[in-house]
Design a protein around this ligand. Structure first.
Ligand code: S3P
Length: 202
């Protein structure tokens, strides 16, 4: 009950911010999950996509932070990664009750428990693919609030990303749609939209 209340408070905030119009009643599947490594542009592209599709946008990390009332960094530091992954799994499932929406999820979300399967059952997953070099470039300046890379030097960042990306690729690549987003954000949204139309037939 508390989870549902929190989710609706969060949704109301998002809708007030964006004046989003729900006008896609025949739209199936209901949820569009943006997946990919940290720095892949999930939130940014997700917002652009949601505007294009007139759908509400949600960010799983933001929702987790609201629910835990602390930052992702504090959750990792105070409770550990395992506790974070359990909370992440639970928060992801809270989205089962909302209508059509675009959701940016965390970089690790599809790689734990049966999260990837769950997302594919409840909507479509779109993998925003990017090279380790591009990710390292983007992440170099904003590492400090990301627990997995906060302590890394700029030099070791690329090695870390390359290794982790190898471990996670099979989960990312199992997405309904894989979009290489090296060609600029606007093209990415167009490519997602084209692919999405192919999948849903709408
Ligand atoms: C993580 C990615 C983060 C956040 C947490 C763990 C990961 O989300 O969920 O720090 O395991 O890759 P972003 O991908 O939005 O940075």
């Amino acid at each position: 009950m508390e989870a549902v209340f929190l989710l609706f408070t969060y949704i109301r905030g998002q809708l007030e911010d964006r004046h989003t119009i729900f006008n896609m009643s025949n739209f199936n599947p209901r949820l569009i999950f943006l997946i990919g490594f940290m720095g892949a542009g999930k939130s940014h592209v997700g917002k652009l996509l949601s505007e294009e599709m007139k759908l509400p946008f949600f960010d799983l990390d933001e929702y987790i932070e609201g629910k835990a009332d602390k930052t992702i960094l504090s959750i990792f530091q105070e409770e550990g990664e395992e506790a974070f992954r359990i909370l992440e799994r639970k928060c992801l499932r809270d989205f089962a009750v909302i209508g059509n929406a675009v959701i940016a999820i965390g970089g690790g979300t599809p790689c734990y428990f049966d999260n990837a399967e769950w997302m594919n059952e409840h909507g479509v997953t779109i993998y925003l693919k990017a090279s380790p070099e591009l990710l390292a470039k983007r992440l170099a300046s904003g590492k400090d609030h990301r627990p997995l890379i906060a302590g890394l030097s700029t030099e070791s960042l690329l090695d870390f990303i390359s290794g982790k990306l190898k471990e996670r690729s099979e989960f990312y690549e199992s997405a309904s749609v894989v979009v290489d987003q090296e060609n600029g954000e606007k093209d990415v949204v167009e490519e997602i939209f084209r692919n999405f139309t192919n999948i849903t037939g709408h």
